[in-house]
Every structure is written in structure tokens, then in C-alpha cells.
Design a binder for this molecule. Structure first.
Ligand code: PLZ
Length: 443
């Protein structure tokens, strides 16, 4: 379906059809399931989401970093349709099929490091994180897992324990899985210039060692650039110093690239930028252009360690999702999307830095490639301003721009446009955001 690439508001948002759906939803869908915007999607393409009232919104969210190659990207649509005609499911654990093998081969080839690798496929990001932990515990014979402040790894029981933020992710949902320890992250805007990457790594290692030594530690799990936690880019050298320490201690270094992977940051994986080679790498979201698929890829001897039948599931590596993933990789290559992500990053960062120079409420502009954030604070301080952030996002939504927030304190606007967005739409969305910020008064 051809979606016109322009912003268009036919009604106030939400329009009458969205409001009617919201009413039906209130009587049918669990109240604890939230939505960023109260508009209901009817179609989408390029950088536009069309709602049920015919409004055309600019998409700066990509369904939380999923439709990186574009929503309804032509190769993905064709590959999924062709696979659906052939068969939708057999279960890889019953009668396997080529698509799964081909995705595993591609991930083994494309993830950082030239060593021998193996891959297992799952459905959601959280499920893949859980499986990476299973593999790490089995392979090392140790139970402990180190994670970081502000981390987000999912909503299942184990990954809730690994996630940092209490409200809304953990509150009331305990008891939690054990043997999780938390370490301080490198957060340059809050750490200040005195703490470089290696020094921040030393601080984290000290915290991990104090929390029980390393002899029972299986793995350290880290997002190379934090997603939900605020698009925190650690200081250069932080990840490499942690990876070196892990190797020396026999602790596995696991990169959660669920939000950062698949061209989002201008590399296929964000670790590459820091020259870090993880033992295990966890991918999801952008891997399959919107079909549910996730993966753990890593050293062959680790991945092959557990008993046959110890990893798997009914749907993991579903054939439609595998067909989509192969089409995503083809699209990234054929359309030069790594360079596109970098160009989006350059344009966006330049615009936002310009804004920052004139507005002391813009504390920090950071990110990499098409993963850029603005941290809003009380003027001249690092005190988070969540109310301002909410106000700017709500105003942008009213003007037909889909923008997400994040951060432990809820004071970060994050931009995750699909790489298929046109430059004109991107510039227009940034203009809208600048206008909303100018209008908004700090609460
Ligand atoms: N690890 C780094 O970003 C998912 C969560 C949105 P699932 N992030 C979006 C929400 O409100 O739940 C994520 C992530 C990182 C793990 C996950 C979890 O991936 O596919 O949502 O399970």
C-alpha cells in the first residue's frame, strides 16, 4: 500500500474512530497494557503512520526500534507473503526448515568476531535474554549475573530482576529471580568529565567484586547503548575495559543489542563501534522488520554446551519471521542503510545541538546513528525534568509526531525514526519538536 509521505491532520487527535476504539478497548483489554498515543493505526509506510481517522503522523518511534528498515518494507512483505503460501509453521523442533538455518548462518557471519559461532532463535527480546543467561550458566557452571543501573532487559520474571526501573516494570511483581547484581553504569552527562570510560569500568568492577566476588559470576549483561534507560552512551573505553576484565575472570560478556542492533546506530551492531567482541550477543526488534523474532549468537563451544532439547520452544525461529529477517538483511545491504542511519544521526544531532545552545533546559544531546536522545533538565543543572518531557511529548503527539520518552527519571525524549523516513519528513518532525519545546513551560 502506498502511504503518502506527508503529515496531515484531518481531525483533532484522537479522532472519533480512535476514541470509539479506545472505548471498546477499555472494556476488553487489560488496563495495565499501556499505549504511548491514543490513536489507532490503520496503515503505515516510509516515515508515516496513518490512523483510523485518516490522520497521517510522522513516525519517530519505529514501534520502539523495530521497523528500522521501514514498516511494510517491500522485500519483507514479499518474503513473508511467499513463505506464508508455502507454510506458516512446522516447528523447528519437529520438522526443521532452511530459513532458520539461513538466519543462523547470517548472524554467525555478521555479528562481531571471526570465531566459530552458533545461533539459537526465539520470539521476544526477553526470551532471548533468558536463554543467553541459561547458556551462560550452563557453560560456566556459575549462577551469578551482573547487570547495570538503568538497564532494561525485559518483563519476564528473570528479565524483570535484571531490569533496573521499579515503576512500572517491577512494582508489585516480585518475588524476583536471584543471583542478580547491579553495577554503576558509565553515564557521561551525570558522571561529569572527571570519570572516563576505563575509570567508570573500574568503578563498576569494584561494585561487582564487593557484591560477592567473581567466583560465582557467570556473565555480565549490558546494552552497549542503553535503550529504555535513557539512550545512555557510555564513555569511550568503558565497554572494552569491562570486556577485558570479563575475559581475564572467565566471566562471559553478553551484549543485549535488542534495541541497538540491525543498523540502528550506523553499524550492524553497536559493539562494533567500540571494537568489542561479545561472547554472546542477543538480538531482536529490528531483526525481522516487525515479525516476532529474537536470537542468541555466540561462541560455538558455549552455544553447543547444553543438552539437546535444553533450548527451544514452539514458535522460536518461526518460518515467516525467518523469511522477514533474511529480507531485512538484504534491505540493509541493498539500500545502504548503515550510511543512512549515520546521515540521519548527523542531521538530527546537528539540529538538536543547535537547540541546546539556545535552551538551557536541553541538558544533553546524545546517541549514535538513528538512535538519538535529548535529556531535559532544570536549566543549568542535571536535575531531571520529567514534567517538561511529558509536556513536550504530549504536544508533539497533538501535532502528529510520534515521539517516545525514556530514562529512569522519564526525562529523555528519544528519536528512533525508521531509516526509510525522507529527509523532509525528518526535518519537519524536528521543527515540530523544537516548536513544542519552545511552547512548553517547565512545571
Ligand atoms: N532488552 C535492550 O530494549 C525491549 C520495551 C518496551 P521484548 N524494549 C522495549 C516495553 O514497554 O516493554 C527490550 C530492550 C532491551 C530487552 C528488551 C525486551 O524485549 O521483545 O520486549 O521482550
Amino acid at each position: 500500500m502506498d502511504v503518502p509521505q506527508r503529515r496531515l491532520l484531518r481531525t483533532n487527535l484522537p479522532g472519533p474512530r480512535s476514541r470509539a476504539l479506545a472505548e471498546r478497548r477499555a472494556g476488553a483489554v487489560a488496563g495495565a497494557v499501556g499505549s504511548t498515543m491514543p490513536v489507532y493505526a490503520a496503515a503505515a509506510g516510509g516515515g508515516i503512520v496513518v490512523d483510523v481517522d485518516g490522520n497521517q503522523l510522522i513516525d519517530l518511534g519505529s514501534g520502539i526500534a523495530v521497523t528500522t528498515v521501514g514498516v511494510s518494507a517491500p522485500r519483507v512483505v514479499a518474503a513473508v507473503a511467499e513463505q506464508a503460501e508455502a507454510f506458516t509453521h512446522t516447528c523447528f523442533a519437529v520438522t526443521p526448515y532452511e530459513g532458520y538455518v539461513a538466519v543462523a548462518e547470517a548472524l554467525n557471519r555478521l555479528t562481531p568476531g571471526g570465531h566459530d559461532k552458533r545461533t539459537a532463535l526465539f520470539n521476544s527480546g526477553a526470551e532471548a535474554v533468558e536463554n543467553a543467561v541459561k547458556i551462560a550458566r550452563f557453560a560456566t557452571g556459575r549462577p551469578g549475573i551482573a547487570v547495570f543501573d538503568h538497564a532494561f532487559h525485559g518483563r519476564t520474571n528473570l528479565t524483570m530482576a535484571m531490569t533496573a526501573k521499579d515503576m512500572p516494570y517491577r512494582h508489585g511483581f516480585g518475588p524476583f529471580a536471584g543471583h542478580i547484581r547491579r553495577a554503576p553504569l558509565s553515564y557521561p552527562f551525570r558522571d561529569g568529565p572527571g570519570l572516563d570510560g576505563p575509570a567508570a569500568a573500574a568503578r563498576a568492577i569494584d561494585a561487582i567484586e564487593r557484591a560477592g566476588g567473581v567466583s560465582d559470576l557467570a556473565a555480565l549483561v549490558i546494552e552497549p547503548i542503553q535503550g529504555e534507560g535513557g539512550f545512555v552512551v557510555p564513555a569511550p573505553g568503558f565497554l572494552a575495559a569491562l570486556a577485558r576484565w570479563c575475559r581475564a575472570q572467565g566471566v562471559l560478556f553478553i551484549a543485549d543489542e535488542i534495541q541497538t542492533g540491525f543498523a540502528r546506530t550506523g553499524d550492524l551492531f553497536a559493539c562494533e563501534h567500540e571494537g568489542v567482541v561479545p561472547d554472546l550477543i542477543v538480538a531482536a526488534k529490528g531483526i525481522a522488520g516487525g515479525l516476532p523474532l529474537s536470537a542468541v549468537t555466540g561462541r560455538a563451544e558455549l552455544m553447543d554446551a547444553p543438552q539437546v532439547g535444553g533450548l527451544g520452544g514452539t514458535y522460536g525461529g518461526n518460518p515467516l519471521a525467518c523469511a522477514a529477517a533474511l529480507a531485512v538483511l538484504e534491505t540493509i545491504e541493498a539500500d545502504g542503510l548503515l550510511a543512512r542511519a549515520r546521515a540521519i544521526g548527523d542531521l538530527t544531532t546537528a539540529r538538536l545541538r543547535h537547540l541546546q545552545r539556545a535552551d538551557p533546559r536541553v541538558g544533553d544531546v546524545r546517541g549514535r546513528g538513528a538512535m538519538i536522545a535529548v535529556e531535559l533538565v532544570r536549566p543549568g543543572t542535571t536535575i531531571p525534568d520529567a514534567a517538561l518531557t511529558r509536556a513536550v511529548a504530549a504536544e508533539a503527539h497533538r501535532h502528529g509526531v510520534i515521539v517516545l520518552t525514556c530514562g529512569t527519571d522519564g526525562n529523555v525524549l528519544r528519536l528512533l525514526p525508521p531509516l526509510a523516513i525522507s529527509e523532509a519528513l525528518l526535518v519537519e518532525a524536528l521543527d515540530v519538536l523544537a516548536g513544542c519545546l519552545a511552547q512548553a513551560d517547565a512545571a
